[in-house]
Write a protein that binds this ligand. Structure first.
Ligand SMILES: *Cc1c(COP(=O)(O)O)cnc(C)c1O
Length: 389
């Protein structure tokens, strides 16, 4: 059996090596390292893939979020609502811009921000909501957009884990995640569903004026050379990363299909096993029957495959898997509202019941495009044997 990895970037590279190697060498040969034609072409190709008017490449997914918030003109003291159960980057940039983060609880089945909790957290100072499409499943965008419209709030989608996913609205209309809110961010960190070979990120929007503002912000606030109209940042995707992304973008749907296939096998193996709760596998309004992974739309792109271990020792399972050579992860082990940097006396533990539960139960199994049947069988058997002991 091939050695099991959490993410197998080497195996994936072998499939596209010729194209990637040749195009990296071309970039080096052209010496157009920054803002070269590769970056522009990638931008256009991603706009077309997502069906969004503007993609603005930048240096990483954290910058992308920060720049999106700067572009919206959010001011110190403005309250921004986001999920308690996510990667810290989301709340970090809110705090960094001296906006006020307002963390709220998530849903037990989808792991995503709970629209009811958003409603409860709204005050006259609330200016924006940041849903995170956690682990590759879209948040409830019907409700979130409705709340935003009612209260005149911006919606900034953190799409770092959701690229390629499709959301189906109550009306039956579909849209790619990251094209639904006012502005969105994504990350091309190597292990993300569309990853480059270093750092990279992008901002998406359908708003022409906002796109113009953001294009200046990523480039030192310049709209005309050496005229600095606003305080900006320096955040660029370089040409070598862009050329890697151009090689991988045409494969994104098949990469996501491979993840879905692996998730289907995991789910089948874990069906009916006591102490294991398999993840919710389909988005809102997906036509497929309950908890059967959808074969026809990309409603879940499985950035992570995350189980809940109930009435069994999750931490002992993590230890055991590591001992037998199965890498795994606990995303995320500590609720953001309990992180030293983000504690706030206004928070009340009763408002984070689900996140407090999830941090004790979740475990993410290896998930990538190169997982084979033998590896999945070994992983599922090992997990089942352990929790059934
Ligand atoms: C990865 C990630 C980010 C940050 O992306 P970087 O490119 O690492 O800065 C932000 N939000 C979420 C939910 C992520 O998973």
């Amino acid at each position: 059996m091939k050695k099991i990895q959490m993410v197998d970037l080497k195996g994936q590279y072998q499939q596209i090596k010729e194209r990637v190697d040749a195009s990296i060498l071309e970039v080096i040969d052209s010496a157009a390292f920054i803002n070269g034609p590769e970056v522009h072409s990638f931008q256009k190709e991603l706009e077309e893939y997502l069906d969004v008017k503007h993609v603005i490449p930048c240096a990483n997914g954290t910058d992308a979020l920060q720049i999106a918030m700067m572009g919206l003109g959010l001011k110190p003291g403005d309250e921004v609502i986001t999920a308690d159960f996510t990667f810290a980057a989301t709340v970090e940039v809110i705090a960094l811009l001296q906006l006020t983060p307002v963390l709220v609880d998530v849903e037990l089945d989808s792991f995503n921000i709970d629209p009811e909790a958003i409603r409860k957290a709204i005050t006259p100072n609330t200016k924006a909501i940041v849903p995170v499409h956690l682990f590759g499943l879209a948040a409830n965008m019907d409700e979130i957009m409705e709340i935003a419209n009612e209260h005149n709030l911006y919606v900034i989608e953190d799409n770092a884990q959701g690229i390629g996913a499709t959301y189906k609205f109550n009306t039956g209309k579909t849209a790619k995640t990251g094209t639904i809110g006012h502005v969105s961010s994504t990350s091309f960190f190597p292990s993300k569903n569309l990853g480059c070979y270093g750092d990279g990120g992008a901002i998406f929007t359908n708003d022409d004026d906002l796109a113009h503002t953001i294009r200046g912000i990523v480039n030192h606030g310049m709209y005309k050379r050496y005229h600095h109209d606003v305080v900006g940042v320096n955040s660029r995707l370089d040409s070598i990363q862009a050329t890697v992304l151009r090689a991988k973008l045409p494969n994104l749907d098949s990469y996501n299909n491979a993840r879905r296939t692996a998730a289907t096998k995991y789910n089948k193996a874990f069906e009916g096993i006591a102490n294991i709760i398999t993840p919710k596998v389909k988005g809102n309004n997906c036509g497929t029957s309950e908890n059967v992974i959808c074969e026809t739309c990309n409603c879940h792109v499985f950035h992570q495959y995350t189980l809940r271990i109930v009435n069994a020792d999750r931490d002992a399972l993590v230890k055991h898997l590591n001992e037998v050579g199965i890498p795994c992860g606990v995303y995320y082990p500590i609720p953001l509202h309990n992180q030293k940097a983000y504690r706030d006396e206004r928070y009340n533990e009763d408002d984070f019941v689900i996140t407090n539960q999830l941090v004790k139960e979740v475990i993410s199994l290896p998930m990538h495009t190169e997982l084979d049947e033998e590896q999945i069988n070994f992983i599922t058997k090992t997990v089942i044997d352990f929790v059934s002991k």
